[in-house]
Design a protein around this ligand. Structure first.
Ligand code: FES
Length: 101
């Protein structure tokens, strides 16, 4: 699937992935602002992204564990997700994510 990242400096980068998590894809492609410090176990929130409201159905809502982690982040929005908890699949094709500050 092709996934586009919008970084805090206003740049957009579209990358393609077939497996793993969205965080891993972002780290592999050196997307600014996605660090994945905890390695994808939902305990650092350095992979925080905002989903476009109209694409919320593609990613779905965070589960309880992810929500608990998101609460620690100041820039959390209604459409926040931790990208390590989003699995890359063809269903995500065309997804646009704004990297959280
Ligand atoms: Fe740490 Fe996602 S990589 S919470």
């Amino acid at each position: 699937a092709k996934i586009t990242f919008i970084t805090s400096d206003g740049k957009t980068k579209t990358v393609e992935g077939t497996s793993g998590s969205v965080m891993e894809l972002a780290v592999q492609n050196k997307i600014k602002g996605i660090d994945g410090d905890c390695g994808g176990v939902c305990s650092c929130a350095t992979c925080h992204v905002h989903v476009k409201p109209e694409q919320w159905n593609l990613t779905g809502a965070p589960d309880e564990l992810e929500n608990d982690m998101l609460e620690f982040d100041e820039n959390v929005s209604e459409y926040s997700r931790l990208s390590c908890q989003i699995k890359v699949s063809e269903d995500l094709d065309g997804l646009e994510l704004t990297v959280a500050k």
